[in-house]
Every structure is written in C-alpha cells, then in structure tokens.
Design a protein around this ligand. Sequence first.
Ligand SMILES: [Zn+2]
Length: 130
Amino acid sequence: MLGNGFHNNGSLRTSRARALLKGLCPRCRVGKIYQRRLTMFERCPVCDLKFEREQGYFLGAMGVGYVLGLSILAGLIAIWSYAVFPQWPAYKAIMPALVICLPLLPIIGRYARIIWINFDRLMDPADRSG
Ligand SMILES: [Zn+2]
C-alpha cells in the first residue's frame, strides 16, 4: 500500500468480502485482525481501530460461532450420510461429523470473531474507542 488508499498495483482497497475472508480490519481493510493463528491484535496495526469496542463485545461472536459450527456440522452429517455411507441412518453420522468438527473449533472461533467485528462495524461504523 502506498499510503494514499491505493495499493502498489493501482487498485483501490480490498473489497469487503475479500477483507472478511482474509481477516482484515473492517475500516482500512489493510491491517490484520489476528497477529498469529489465535492471537488477536488489540488495535489495527494500520489505522489503530480498537477491535474490542467494550467489555463483553465478543459475546456476539459466540452466536456467530454457534451458527457457523452448526452449519458445518449439518453439512458434514449430510455429506457423510448421503455420499460416504448412504446405507447408514443419519443419526449414525453425528459422531464422525463431531470428530471431524472438533479440530475445526479454533478456526470457527477465529472466523466467528472476524465475521462479528465486520458485521458490527458495518451496522455501526462510528468509532467510540479510546
Ligand atoms: Zn485498520
């Protein structure tokens, strides 16, 4: 990025959907939300936006994570019971789907926060962080 809102290739900043997938700040869409796999930055390293607006801010991310996790689990159960073992009843697919889903929990939690921050900033873009 050149500091004038343009990247080196001359394009405008990243689209909102691409920024969401890459885990970038919802305001500048350049700075990363996570510094390591599971460790968040407190503030955006580029525009200094404070990610956790207030105490308990990420409770909303738990709801997002719940919906995301259940969707993945339902998808795995559907794949397992219709494509892998169609002769099995669907309830027998729950355990293998859970076993596959468990290692994904940290990734689901990470994306739940990223989705929550982006959704919240889209709905209320005002910056009240100190
Ligand atoms: Zn930023």
